[in-house]
Every structure is written in C-alpha cells, then in structure tokens.
Write a protein that binds this ligand. Structure first.
Ligand code: WTA
Length: 648
C-alpha cells in the first residue's frame, strides 16, 4: 500500500522559465484540451507530418453498446517517414540511436542518415520475404538496433508488428504468433543479457512447431550455433546484401493499425492490444516532448525493453518522431556490476534517464558508493514508470542519483493507453514523492466507487477515464467484444483502468496498484489466471490459486497456493520442479517466488475461490481476513495460516 508522503518539492524557478510549460501554461493548455478537444488536438496533431491532412479530429464513443475510437480519421501519414525521413535535412548527421551493448566494450552510434539506410533495407528485406501491407510480423529480438529497424521497417510498408519480449517461453511465443496469424518472425541467433546467452532462435524453432510460419528472418548477434530450416529461415545480413536501400513509405490511414502488443489481463490468455497510426504517434511524440521536457541536444535514455509498451512509445516512436537521440541498452542494470546504469550515463552524457522502481530499489540496495563513484553531472531529469514508487525509493533516486538537482517524473500509464496519462510536467508541477500527480493534456481521470459513482474531492476508489485521448488502444485484435467487456462494461460509459487510486486535497493522483487479478512483478504485468493455468498443467497439481504479495525489490512477488493430486508428496524438490515448469510454460518472468502447498483452498459454497483471503494470508495480515463464514469449509483457512507461519 502506497504511503502518501507529506513532502513537496517545488518546481525550481529557473526550470519553470526554461521548460516548455510552466504551471500557468499547463493550466491554460489543460483547460483548453478538455473544453475543446477538437481545437486542441486539431492544432497539436500537426506536430507530425501528414501526407493528406485530416479534416476531422475526434470521433469517439464510450457507450458500451457502441465503443468506437477514432482520431484524425481522414488523414494519412507514414510513421517511419515521421521518425526517420523528415529529420534527414535538419539532423542527418545527428545520432538517432546510441546503442550500448551488454558488454561495456561494445557500443554503436547510428545517425539519422544511417537509420534511414537501415530502415529502407530492412523494409525491402520484408518485401522480399513476401510481407505486405496489413500482414502481421512477430518480432522476437534482443535489445539491438535491428529491433528498432524492424519496427520502423514494418511501419514503412504498412505491416503490423507484434513484439514478443525475449524472456517469454516458446509456448508463449507460439500462442502470440497464432493469435494474430503472423506468417513471419524476426529473431536473432541468440540474445545476450548480463553475460548470459538467450536461445532466441531455438525458442522460435520450438514455437513454430506449434504455430508454423512461412518465413523466419535471423539477425546474427552472437554467432552461436543454431539450425536453419531450408526454405523458411534466412540470415538477415545475407538478404540485406541483395536488396536496394530505397523503399517508398506507404501512405497509411490514421486509423490503420501500427502494432499489436500482447498484455495480461485478469482472465484468459493475453490480449492483443491494437494501436493505430495517427493518434498514437501524435500522443507518443507529444508526451515525450512535454513530460521529459525534451530539448534539442538532450541525450535521452529509457531503460525499458522494446518488448514492452514503454519501449515502443519511449525508446522508439516518441523520441524518434521528435528527432531526439535515444539510447538503447542491451544489458541489465547489474552487469558487470551494480553501477552499470551510472557508468553508461557518464559514458554517453545522458541528460534524461527513465527507469522502473524495481531497478531503483535493487540499485539502492547495492549501496550509495556505486552511484557516488560516477559524476552523473550530465543528468537533469529523472523518470519512473511501471509500478507505484515508494517514497523511500523516490527520495533515494532524487538525492543520490539526481543529487537533489533533477526533478522526477513519476509517469502513470498502461499498454492500453499508448502513452503517459498522469504525470508531473517538470517546469509546471510541484512533486510529491509517490504521486503521479496530475493528468496530461486531454486526459480526464475520475475516481469511482464500486457502483461507478464518480467521487469528488479528496477520495479513494477505482481509477477511470471519462473521455478518450489520441493514444488510446482501439480494440483487442480480432475480438472487439472482449475490448468492450474488459474496459467499458464495469463502469458504463467510462474506460476502466483496473487500478485503484487516491486523490488528495491538491487534486494529485496516487496510484495504489491493481484492483483486479493482475499482478505487477518488477513492473511486468502478469495475469494470475495465466500462472494458475501453467501450474495446473503439471500432472501432479490438481488446483492452484495465485496472488501477489509485497516484495521489497519486485514491488509484488508471485505467491502460489497449490493443491496436489491425491497421493503426491509435498516436497521442496516438487516446489522447484513447479517453478521450472512455470518458467518453461510462460517464461522466467512468471517464476513463482513462493509456493505453499495447500490441502484445500477457501471457496464459497458455489465453488468460487476467495482470493481476498488468500491475498491477506500471503501478506501475513491474518487479523484482517474479513468474513469467512460464507466459506464452504472455514477450517481450510486455519490450515493455510498454520502452513504459512511454518513456512518462514
Ligand atoms: C502500473 C506500463 C503506479 C499500473 C507503462 C498500470 C503504475 C500497469 C505506474 C500498466 C506508475 C504503471 N505508478 N503504477 N507510475 N505506471 N503502473 O501495461 O498498475 O505494462 O495499470 O504499462 O502498471 O502496466 P503496463
């Protein structure tokens, strides 16, 4: 549970005058953005280059009988032309991407001119593999520049990319390939993270046994041994030699899909979140400029992976649309040592640094000396994303990393929102540690009670959005009904975020975490239902219930209650086996942190598992279990508590 800290960090006065907006300007722009969305976005939509200008701006309905979201619907544009071509004249020799390898001895600088060349070549390779406008391309790459080239190449020819994080298992990859009927996979021989190799191509080979594809394009990263399947697999560098470096960007409608990104929800398999071309790009680039107060000459580093939405919007599309220099890091924060982030900041003179609370907490635990041995003088702004940041980690980030000089933007948003919705603006917003503060332009948050009644003033409840913004997801790929059900049916006429939230007397928002069956492990979203279904697919498991519990570093850990088949022995060896099983089914990011064998689970008389109780037990809050009298067998609870206490 997030504490509401009382400290306030006012905007430094020199920053207020230098930044894109100060508080008065924020208030004025915010008011206009909600009073006159057509006028506001009609103007700001021009920040990107259109092939055919739009004449319509906002056309959205949250009515649950007819949810429909369209922005700039009659305009046409190309995202890769916006992120690459349009910068050639003004900044062709400026670095577009600074790539820092897993091994500190490796780095590369890619200028906008070079990026243009690479994206054109990659686009032609895709064409040569038969990829056409509207086709889905699955990208399963490590954090190498080719990941950005591949994304922009898809955008150039109008193909829809679906990136699958390299930490997902072959089964998870297969399911995502199958779900969007993708016929082409782009991968690498192996990935490299923290000095360890990740068998990406081998994983693709396993995945495609279940979900066959026509073509696999393999980028050579490590040179490790892999097998190539004749007639299906090609080496990227060989194909690249055969094609021209000119590929005309295709004219896309603003509402044509740009990408699909799978994300976990409370029920069922991950959903394919669909983002489209025009609104997404306008929103990603505008938020990148204002939230990070991006200025010419900044070196901007977002430490996310392109496999997550943060990497899409704030490593690739937002920064490149703005002609920024974006740093892309292949490795992990703790390799070769726990000062890697700070070493990279000094090496490349990073001015804006954007990371996740889980990394901040882990590095805080490693001790201040690792930070203090680096200068960090280039830093001027820090950011946080992915989960609530506890005031202690905030304060450490501010004082030790930022040396008391750099504002922190705690940015709240979701895969579904496409870009940042609630956040400070550095020149406008006084900061409170732990609060994401105020809405971005055009964003209308509200807090509702369980019945959907909008609550006023300082309050606590569920976070909803009352109206649309251009970066909002448009649908669930292939299942519009699921989109409506998931986001617009809990509270009619509103977009439900799945998050709980408080608002204080200054109107600041404090996100308290998910209120649904999604847990947030090290900033990665995990559906408890997915982990449960992985567990019950093990032959010795009869039933499983998974909940989150507070974890010092990860924010939340995965706590699994497992009931075994009759006659199976509850041993430590079996716990290990189950962890291995879940890693194989979903991927290492879903490894249960704690497994408790449970002879029975608390169920209502109708057979529904009461997770509220399981959550309380996992949190060690045995005194606040609430009413257990409606359980089919209340004695189960005592058993679970006894076991939990012995476990430690
Ligand atoms: C959580 C990541 C508190 C939240 C961009 C949300 C946050 C989920 C913050 C989305 C923040 C993200 N403060 N909680 N600043 N940012 N969250 O889709 O629960 O991977 O619903 O998008 O992360 O996770 P997703």
């Amino acid at each position: 549970m997030i504490e509401m800290s009382d400290s306030v960090f006012p905007v430094p006065s020199d920053l207020a005058s230098r930044a894109h907006v100060d508080n008065a300007k924020y208030l004025e722009m915010y008011k206009r953005s909600v009073d006159d969305p057509d006028g506001f976005w009609g103007e700001h939509g021009k920040r990107v280059d259109w092939m055919k200008p739009y004449t319509k701006v906002k056309n959205t309905s949250y009515d649950h009988h007819n949810v429909s979201i369209k922005w700039f619907e009659d305009g046409t544009l190309n995202v890769s032309a916006n992120c690459v071509d349009r910068h050639l004249e003004t900044r062709g020799d400026q670095p577009a991407i600074i790539w820092e390898g897993d091994d500190p001895s490796e780095h590369k600088v890619i200028t906008y001119k070079q990026l243009h060349h690479e994206v054109n070549v990659f686009a032609n390779v895709l064409h040569a593999q038969g990829v056409k406008k509207g086709d889905r391309v699955t990208i399963y790459l490590p954090m190498i520049p080719e990941a950005a080239y591949a994304m922009l190449a898809c955008a150039r020819i109008g193909a829809i990319h679906s990136i699958v994080f390299g930490g997902f298992s072959p089964d998870s990859l297969a399911q995502r390939i199958d779900s969007c009927q993708s016929n082409c996979v782009i991968t690498a021989d192996e990935g490299l993270r923290g000095g360890r190799k990740v068998p990406l191509k081998a994983n693709v080979d396993k995945a495609t046994e279940k979900a066959p594809v026509n073509s696999v394009i393999v980028v050579k990263r490590t040179g490790g041994e892999i097998t190539m399947k004749d007639g299906r697999d090609v080496w990227y560098h060989e194909e690249a030699d055969r094609v021209s470096d000119h590929c005309q960007p295709v004219e896309m409608n603003a509402e044509d899909p740009l990408f699909i990104l799978y994300t976990s929800g409370s029920t069922g398999q991950p959903k394919g979140v669909v983002h489209t071309t025009g609104g997404y790009l306008v929103y990603a680039s505008m938020t990148h400029q204002y939230v990070f107060d991006y200025q010419e000459g900044d070196i901007y580093w977002c430490t996310a992976d392109v496999g997550w939405v943060t990497g899409h919007s704030y490593i690739v599309y937002g920064p490149l649309a703005n002609g920024a220099t974006t740093l892309m890091f292949e490795g992990v924060p703790t390799y070769p040592g726990p000062d890697r982030f700070w070493e990279v900041c000094d090496k490349h003179n990073v001015t804006i640094f954007y990371t996740a609370p889980t990394a901040i907490r882990a590095l805080m635990g490693a001790g201040d000396d690792h930070v203090k041995k680096h200068s960090l003088k280039s830093l001027r702004l820090l950011g946080s994303v992915g989960e609530p940041i506890n005031p202690e980690a905030w304060t450490w980030y501010y004082n030790v990393v930022g040396q008391g000089r750099c504002p922190i933007v705690d940015t709240w948003w979701q895969t579904e929102t496409g870009g940042i919705l609630i956040t400070p603006l550095p020149g406008a917003t006084d900061l409170k540690p732990g609060s994401a503060t105020r809405p971005f332009f055009g964003v209308q948050p509200a807090i509702v009670d369980a019945e959907g009644k909008v609550l006023d003033g300082a309050t606590e409840g569920n976070l909803v959005m009352l109206d649309s913004w251009p970066g909002q997801m448009r649908t669930v790929y292939g299942d519009h009904e699921r989109f409506v059900q998931t986001y617009f049916s809990t509270y009619k006429g509103m977009y439900f975020t799945g998050d709980g939230c408080r608002r204080d007397t200054d109107g600041y928002y404090w996100i308290t975490g998910r209120v649904d069956d999604v847990i947030n492990v090290s900033g990665h979203r995990m559906g408890t239902a997915e982990v449960e279904s992985a567990l019950v697919s093990h032959p010795k498991v009869s039933e499983a219930a998974v909940v989150g519990y507070p974890h010092d570093i990860k924010g939340q850990g995965i706590y699994a209650y497992v009931t075994l088949m009759d006659g199976e022995e509850p041993t430590d060896a079996l716990k290990k086996e189950l962890v291995t099983h879940v890693r194989a089914e979903i991927g290492p990011i879903a490894s249960p942190d704690l497994i408790q064998f449970a002879p029975g689970l608390p169920k209502t008389r109708s057979g529904k598992i009461m997770r509220r109780i399981l959550r309380k037990i996992a949190e060690d809050s045995f005194d606040s279990l609430g009413d257990t009298s409606t359980l089919a067998d209340p004695a189960v609870v005592d058993d679970l508590i006894d076991n939990r206490q012995n476990r430690a």
